[in-house]
Write a protein of this length. Sequence first.
Length: 147
Amino acid sequence: MAPFEYRHETVVRAPREEAYAWWTDFTPEDHAGDRTLHGTRTELQRDGDSWKWTDEYVAMGLRTRWRWRVTVHPPQWEELHGETRLGRLDGVITFQEVQGGTRVQEVGTFTATGLGRLFARVLRRSLSRLLEEDFKEHWADFRRDRE
């Protein structure tokens, strides 16, 4: 299966710097709560503008471990790379000032590898939906935190 692209965006009523600071808080509490990708974060390490960690989730009925590497470029964007037994995710999240707030957009690709190739058709639809739901839930949390 060839890599597939995913993309989603939202507009939040907050200055770009505030939205960016909230999004790039990679502490273990970041995955607390009742979101779609509720999981456990371990091995959090920072090296300059780069962060690495491992997240463990149960998603789509499968327990999976993602190893993440994120490079931040405040306050405009971040670059992310995640690997699991099912494949590799590479993306960029941008923060653009717009009238009344900040447009946050995530664009990326997922490349199935190993076991992921066996489930390629299901992964394409399910993973795209899962990533979009998690993105929306993150920003709903941001809005609630600001109320």
